[in-house]
Ligand binder design. Structure first.
Ligand code: GLN
Length: 325
């Protein structure tokens, strides 16, 4: 979730001034509606691509491609759709993220149901999923690969791992039962619910008593890593609509990493991995946290598209307990 890096000044008031309100067209054609919407969105501070947003929302409501809007500009639009469009554009003027308006976010080429109960999946999280898939391919196919996903959110990580790793068994944990309800929708959408066990609770707590100690191959997490101080600097879309608990953790943003690392060795197999997504500037600090335990090999990093060290990979020593002091 690359949200800490995009600082956009916060406008005082994102509502459109009444004097600039643009009349909703009487004749509902594709081009009339898109023109109205893009003119309307243009007047809102902080909306960078008004025309694009206008087109994305209309093509979503019409279940067509954006190009179709250009191919059939005079096509009449049903009144019910036009009214839904008006409502959706008004939401966008309040800076509601497009993904919540569409109830859809793409991740690893799959469409996930999302709403305000969950964080919107970010492209850099795909790097984490790809790394787990790659590492799982070096493991024996004979036994289950047990993966604990801490902070499952929309289920983007859990579902794509379940789809891509045949012998995966996913323990999908979230403190928010609301988030788990969304993850469940997505697991069913992609028919992987049998490979995923949803558990509600704080970090590893729900695993207690289930005999997974030293049995987990991968602990993966894209935890809340924004510091409380940074929160106010986030884009309105993120700050006002995405779940606070999925974004922010403590004064330094490192609290969840510390807590997960502190418990990880109890659950992880010798030779198992912890793979985190981290915020800008956190990778070395998180690597140090692993090193301090004495139970992990030197951490590795994967850079995102902006050359920020975004994924931290730490492998637990195979000889855990024998040569670690
Ligand atoms: N696993 C989800 C994601 O990567 C949710 C993460 C979170 O809620 N912090 O988007």
């Amino acid at each position: 979730m690359d949200i800490s890096d995009s600082h956009i000044p916060i406008p005082q008031d994102t509502n459109i001034p009444k004097s600039l309100k643009i009349a909703f067209p009487e004749n509902f054609t594709v081009s009339n509606l898109v023109r109205w919407a893009s003119n309307t969105l243009q007047q809102v501070n902080g909306i960078d691509f008004p025309r694009l947003d206008a087109e994305i929302i209309l093509s979503h409501l019409l279940s067509c491609k954006r190009i179709d809007l250009y191919l059939h500009p005079d096509k009449p639009v049903d009144e019910t759709i036009a009214i839904r469009y008006k409502d959706a554009i008004q939401k966008r003027t309040r800076r509601v993220p497009l993904q919540y308006i569409k109830n859809c976010a793409n991740f690893m080429s799959l469409d996930f149901y999302v709403d305000e109960r969950v964080l919107i999946p970010r492209p850099e999280t795909e790097l984490l999923v790809e790394e787990v898939i790659k590492l799982s391919q070096t493991m024996s196919k004979e036994h289950e690969i047990v993966i604990a996903d801490i902070g499952v959110g929309s289920g983007n990580i859990a579902v794509t791992l379940a789809k891509n790793i045949d012998n995966a068994r996913i323990l999908a944990i979230d403190i928010s039962s609301d988030a788990l309800a969304v993850a469940n929708i997505n697991a069913r959408r992609y028919e992987v619910q049998d490979k995923i066990t949803f558990l509600c609770g704080d970090t590893f707590k729900p695993l207690e008593g289930h005999e997974f100690e030293l049995k987990i191959d991968f602990i993966v997490s894209n935890p809340p890593y924004i510091s409380s101080g940074e929160f106010d600097t986030l884009q309105n879309e993120v700050r006002d609509y995405e779940p606070y608990v999925a974004l922010v953790c403590g004064q330094d943003g490192l609290q969840m990493f510390k807590r997960i690392i502190a418990s990880a060795t109890t659950w992880l197999k010798p030779g198992g991995y912890v793979i985190f997504e981290v915020g800008n500037g956190q990778a070395q600090k998180v690597a140090q946290l692993f090193e301090n335990t004495g139970y992990f090999k030197k951490a590795n990093f994967i850079e995102d598209y902006q050359h920020i060290q975004r994924i931290v990979i730490a492998k637990k020593e195979e000889t855990f307990g024998q040569n670690c002091h």
